[in-house]
Design a protein around this ligand. Sequence first.
Ligand SMILES: Nc1ncnc2c1ncn2[C@@H]1O[C@H](COP(=O)(O)OP(=O)(O)OP(=O)(O)O)[C@@H](O)[C@H]1O
Ligand SMILES: [Mg+2]
Length: 235
Amino acid sequence: MLEVEAVDSGYGFLQVLHGVNLRVEEGELVAILGPNGAGKSTMLKCIAGMLRPWRGEIRFRNRSLAGLKANRVSRLGMGYVSETLNLFTGMSVYENLLLGAYAITDHEIRRQSLDFVFDLFPRLAERRPQLAGTLSGGERKMLAIGRALMGRPALLLVDEPSLGLAPLLTQSVFAALKRLSQDGLTILLVEQNVPGTLEMADRAYVLEQGAVVLEGPARRLQETAHIQEVYMGLR
Ligand SMILES: Nc1ncnc2c1ncn2[C@@H]1O[C@H](COP(=O)(O)OP(=O)(O)OP(=O)(O)O)[C@@H](O)[C@H]1O
Ligand SMILES: [Mg+2]
């Protein structure tokens, strides 16, 4: 569904990504792991059309994304939840969700999506009229994921859903992602919670200093010395 081939990218004169290759097959839950500053968010920004690759190619559903802006990429079926969430803080939970469905004109489909999101995150249903700016950190994260789902994406990109969340809330956000994945949604997830992520992912890539240093099935990565030493504090 997604192929990233030999992508270099960065900001101004700063090169962050160095020849990154990765792919996500339909139905997979794939994780990008790595330390702070490794280039994980930069990779997602390139995929979502927020940042241009300097070299290489990104294909989504057999189509090159070269030159496409983020709103075009989103219309091709890509949902993107950025680190900053980009919620409309002065609007209600309900209004933010509806904005996620801006490209969907069928009223019935919009209503079904709304029911689906409220079922996935009952907390959002309780807080439907509340302004997004007054939600807790965890609720905001749920809202950002919910808003992306309202667009009925074929591929969901999520940047660090566990960032800043207490363990219990992280668990519930991970459980929601797991449920979406089990329902057949294809997901590419950036995470620093390595043990939790490897528990639920099918495959993972480890990005260090802008390059993929390790990749494979999540089960196998759990067993590798590098992962256990550097990311799990074991051994
Ligand atoms: N808008 C920007 N302008 C200039 N440099 C940037 C910008 N965004 C990120 N960088 C730099 O690019 C590098 C990679 O950043 P990136 O956000 O991709 O890392 P990350 O792996 O997502 O890290 P974290 O886990 O801390 O979120 C860092 O050195 C960062 O300072
Ligand atoms: Mg990041």
